[in-house]
Design a binder for this molecule. Structure first.
Ligand code: UDP
Length: 475
């Protein structure tokens, strides 16, 4: 019985993308596929991380690796196993990388010993599976950084991909960098999401930038008929009405499935199909600023429009192992209860069922498509997949000028950027402006979709990974 979990990935045809990208891009993809088939023939590309479910990284791996396999590349996904000490330390590293103190613990020699001890058996088992003469390792995030030295010593080319970062690092972030750097510098290349996320003290020649991306054909992002949007929202208990067709969504592999689970919604009365919605979709996390989103709506948007606010996050049961999440949700409910009646009737807090990830994704898809304006008023954000998801659906997005959101939105052209995320007046004014100017909202929404088409679909990431990994193989 091994420690490692090898995740099954059914291949998907990359040719699917021909329907949504420009002919030049189709050409680029074709060339990348040919390069990949030639360079990676007889080699496996082992992606390694510490979770196969939950979170943006797992979602991205699932689809990118499926298309890579569809292109004939032996891309694999292996999940390491940690113990409680290990995850306590890696959570601390994660928090520090975001400049959060977290549990306030140290990242010293004792932690290093525990971290390395937990990784050791994973590395040993991994090395029995890998063909050290031919294969390539693509390690993801801090949990796997400690594997780099042993893999390099065994002769395996290693790329390390960091999915987290902040624009303005402080001493806390540097503590995490200092902990991880001795491992990371040994990799053949390291990948960050944007330039400001790159650490000090790394070799520039080995540094690559690859922004995250979304899958245009996943249950979360694929096209959905307006009738189906309403049917799914009604079945999920997010809008009123039952006069809709059957609530059916398509799974990642294309098979149809019924929406069967309902949301838990804090509402006086659900919106109906005609209600104009302002939407934020986020985990129940203080850094997504639910209180600011709600208070700003109550003070500055509700009085100047007819719109309702829908704030949607995962079901509380799914965050019960995350006391912080529950606390944040409870804070949002308390604020909602305290709103004046007329305003409270226009604010809805939805907890979406997490029983079936693809069903949950279809609900997010339907909510984003139904919304008139989408908000992402985060106080901190690595990339903000929710922004790209809404932009791809041609929604006008109002979002904070932070992290990777700035790479996605060009202010006034492909969305609206808020210079100061805590300024509720400016947030309210930006949303009201879009609600009051449908032409402008439509223009920005269409610009947003084109922006994602050009820069943030999975094919762009795949091309970049082929370029990077083929250089590593050639070196
Ligand atoms: N999400 C979801 N259901 C929810 C809340 C969030 O599927 O109830 C998804 C959301 O659509 C996005 C991801 O979780 O794909 C969040 O990624 P993002 O980069 O926006 O923020 P993070 O949660 O990683 O900080």
């Amino acid at each position: 019985m091994g420690l490692l979990e090898h995740v099954e990935i059914a291949p998907l045809p990359p040719e699917r993308y021909e329907a949504v990208i420009t002919p030049e891009k189709v050409q680029d993809v074709q060339e990348a596929i040919e390069t990949a088939q030639e360079v990676f023939a007889g080699r496996a590309i082992w992606n390694v991380n510490s979770t196969s479910a939950g979170g943006g990284v797992a979602e991205m791996l699932r689809s990118l690796l499926a298309y890579a396999r569809g292109a004939g590349v032996d891309a694999r996904w292996t999940v390491i196993k940690g113990n409680a000490d290990f995850f306590e330390i890696t959570k601390r590293i994660h928090n520090h990388l975001h400049s959060f103190i977290g549990d306030g613990g140290q990242l010293g020699d004792a932690e290093r010993q525990k971290y390395e001890a937990a990784l050791q058996p994973n590395v040993e088992e991994f090395l029995t599976a890998v063909n050290t003469e031919r294969d390539i390792a693509l390690l993801h995030d801090p949990q796997t950084a400690g594997m780099i030295p042993a893999l390099k010593a065994a002769g395996v080319p290693v790329v390390w991909r960091c999915h987290v970062g902040i624009d303005n690092p402080d001493d806390l972030a540097r503590t995490a960098w200092n902990f991880l750097r001795p491992y990371v510098v040994q990799a053949d290349a390291y990948v960050f999401s944007r330039k400001t996320f790159v650490w000090e003290g790394l070799d520039e020649a080995k540094t690559y930038l690859i922004a995250p991306s979304i899958d245009a054909f996943s249950p979360k992002n694929r096209e959905m008929d307006p009738d189906i949007v309403l049917a799914i929202l009604a079945k999920a208990g997010l809008i009123k009405g039952n006069n809709f067709p059957k609530a059916i969504f398509l799974r990642q592999d294309g098979t149809p499935a019924d929406v069967v689970h309902a949301s838990e919604v804090y509402t006086e009365e659900l919106p109906d199909e005609f209600t104009r919605l302002v939407l934020q979709v986020s985990r129940w996390d203080a850094l997504k600023d639910p209180l600011g989103v709600i208070q700003g709506f109550a003070d500055h948007i509700a009085p100047a429009s007819d719109a309702h606010l829908m704030y949607a996050g995962p079901m509380t049961a799914a965050v019960s192992d995350d006391p912080e999440g529950l606390e944040v949700l409870n804070g949002a409910i308390a604020l909602w209860r305290s709103l004046p009646d007329a305003i409270r009737r226009r604010v809805h807090l939805a907890c979406l069922p997490m029983d079936d990830g693809e069903e949950n994704a279809a609900m997010v898809n339907a909510l984003q498509r139904k919304s008139t304006v989408v908000v992402q008023k985060s106080l901190a954000e690595g990339f903000g997949l929710t922004v790209a998801e809404a932009m791809w659906k041609a929604r006008p997005v109002v979002a904070s000028r932070i992290g990777g959101i700035q790479d996605q939105i060009e202010d006034g052209v492909t969305g609206i950027l808020l210079d100061d995320a805590s300024n509720l007046v400016a947030y309210g004014a930006a949303v009201v402006d879009l609600l009051s100017n449908p032409d402008k909202a439509e223009r920005i929404g269409l610009g947003a979709m084109e922006r994602v088409r050009d820069e943030f679909l999975g094919v762009r990431s795949l091309i970049q990974y082929v370029q990077l990994l083929s250089r590593i193989v050639a070196a």
